[in-house]
Design a protein around this ligand. Structure first.
Ligand SMILES: Nc1ncnc2c1ncn2[C@@H]1O[C@H](COP(=O)(O)OP(=O)(O)OP(=O)(O)O)[C@@H](O)[C@H]1O
Ligand SMILES: [Mg+2]
Length: 505
């Protein structure tokens, strides 16, 4: 056995995050670690790699008992980790990030050329076409994630831990990453793979271990497990598909004819080609496309994050001057962005404060939201979104990743905007909560709120959207409604080349 964990227990103030957990990893296997938000997956990984101290438990690597006290020490012992949020430095170059801490030197001075060469060698086989002398922050989250993996593999080399590495990757990039992971497995690495995407678990992994409420429920061969049983292990109950379908039927025919908002000829050079977009009351419009196709860029123009070079935005009363997010919020727009770390939440503030914050900003600080109202809002959304926290007063930074994501969503919902943009709202959210969030989106649109949703999960877009707009190469290339909304049609629109389209016109 490459790695053995026995009797691992970890307590946070007042709660047992891990209770007597055992885990085994063989060389040359990909082992999925699964469970709902808050089940203890990240805590297990952090206790294994010394990021957290453990109360009890032994760790054996290649027959030797180890006890790393920091992730650095774990790395030196051979255990490399890539967490669900990229933990590299965006202001350094790709090469600096890759060689950080062991830069090649000549005469005591960092040798830039050798550094770049080394970085390029480290990235070989990962299928990235990037310039290692550019700042890491210039590249998409996806590319940053892959760079982080390359660094971890190069530095550790025995065990690679991936904590939701694919949460922000599109289908093509996931395939690319999987090829890399399979190659590493065939070279004899043991890989621990945490993901909420069950398709990926079935496609990639050899064995599965399920955690629930800090306890190990089961370890099984992936090939001997079916989806329904796996979900039952995770939830401790079975998912009700009837409910899901009923909710879906109930959303039909709610779209009015007069648009709530009209975006005309919006564009920004080298960003998004000119597009028109009408949004109706109670409508869910999905934006489909590959990562980097212009989906997020579209949302940013609509919300005033980036200024437009052409175009107008209006509602039924006339033109809206939207030159900044502040203007957009004043006009009743909301935008829950993809990267919760930079735009989403304030880790030190409590769940209650985080939920109340945006609403307070909109109202103006002259009219403070009373403590009673904050408490009411917090408990309403903790319940509605099933946010797993011991209390509304817990700092958001202490919640699990998926539960932090729910707090971001709660904050925007609490503002009750007439138009809400959701960029990857279910990224990092487990199966149970996933369905809850989709239900919630349906409920709020039934009350008239309009939604623009960006999601890399086609099934999700298809099930929730009244209309789907396909974006490719920074252009809106297709619009599908009703029965046209099918994965076949979306994939076709995403894949068809610009050439063919011009011929067709
Ligand atoms: N630093 C911390 N302080 C206090 N409690 C914590 C801390 N880190 C995690 N917890 C608690 O431990 C439990 C397990 O959290 P963990 O992050 O391991 O979940 P997870 O399985 O990774 O979930 P997710 O899928 O949402 O990432 C949660 O109840 C969480 O609130
Ligand atoms: Mg986690």
């Amino acid at each position: 056995m490459l790695l053995t964990i026995q009797n691992l227990t970890k307590t946070f103030v007042g709660m047992k995050a891990l209770d007597d957990v055992g885990f085994e990893l063989e060389a040359g296997e990909v082992h999925a670690l699964l469970g709902e938000n808050g089940a203890g997956k990240s805590t297990l990984i952090k206790s294994l790699t010394g990021a957290y101290s453990r109360d009890e438990g032994t760790i054996t690597l290649e027959g030797r008992t180890i006890s790393p006290r920091s992730t650095l020490e774990a790395q030196e012992l051979g255990i490399g980790t890539v967490y669900q949020e990229v933990n590299l430095l965006p202001n350094l170059t790709v090469a600096q990030n890759l060689t950080f801490g062991r830069e090649p030197r000549r005469f005591g001075i960092i040798d830039g050329r050798a550094m770049r060469r080394e970085a390029e060698a480290m990235l070989e086989g990962y299928g990235l076409d990037i310039d290692v002398s550019h700042d890491l922050g210039n590249y998409s989250v996806a590319v940053q994630q892959i760079v982080a993996i390359a660094r971890a593999v190069a530095l550790s080399g025995k065990v690679l831990i991936l904590d939701e590495p694919t949460a922000s990757l599109d289908t093509r990039e996931v395939e690319m990453l999987f090829d890399v992971v399979r190659k590493l497995r065939d070279q004899g690495l043991g890989i621990i793979f945490v993901s909420h995407f069950l398709d990926q678990v079935f496609a990639l992994t050899d064995r599965v271990t399920v955690l629930r409420n800090g306890r190990k429920i089961v370890t099984e061969k992936t090939a001997e497990l079916d989806r329904v049983r796996l979900i039952a292990h995770m939830l401790g109950r079975e998912l009700d598909e009837e409910e899901e379908n009923a909710a879906r039927r109930a959303t039909a025919g709610r779209v009015g004819s007069e648009p709530l908002l009209s975006f005309r000829n919006l564009s920004r050079r080298n960003y998004v080609e000119p597009f028109d977009l009408d949004i109706h009351r109670g409508e869910v419009v999905g934006l489909a496309g590959l990562l980097g196709s212009g989906r997020t860029e579209t949302a940013q123009l609509v919300f005033g994050v980036k200024t437009t070079q052409t175009g107008t935005i209006s509602d039924d009363k006339g033109k809206l001057g939207i030159a900044s997010p502040r203007d957009a919020i004043a006009a009743g727009f909301g935008f829950a962005p993809e990267d919760r770390k930079t735009d989403g939440i304030i880790a030190d503030l409590s769940v209650r404060e985080n939920i109340a914050l945006a609403l307070q900003a909109r109202r103006g600080w002259a009219r403070p939201i009373s403590r009673a109202e904050q408490d009411r809002l917090a408990s309403e959304y903790i319940q509605k979104l099933d946010i797993r926290t011991s209390s509304a007063e817990k700092p958001v930074g202490e919640l699990s990743g998926g539960n932090q994501q729910k707090v971001v969503l709660a904050r925007w919902l609490a503002m009750n905007p007439r138009f809400l943009i959701l960029d990857e709202p279910t990224r990092g959210i487990d199966v149970g909560a996933h369905a809850e969030i989709l239900h919630l989106i349906r409920d709020i649109t039934a009350e008239g709120m309009a939604i623009l949703i960006i999601s890399s999960e086609l099934d999700e877009l298809i099930s929730i959207s009244d209309r789907v707009i396909v974006v490719r190469d920074r252009r809106h290339v297709a619009e599908l409604t009703g029965s046209e909304i099918a994965s076949e049609n979306i994939v076709k629109a995403i894949a068809s080349s610009g050439e063919k389209e011009r011929e067709a016109v």
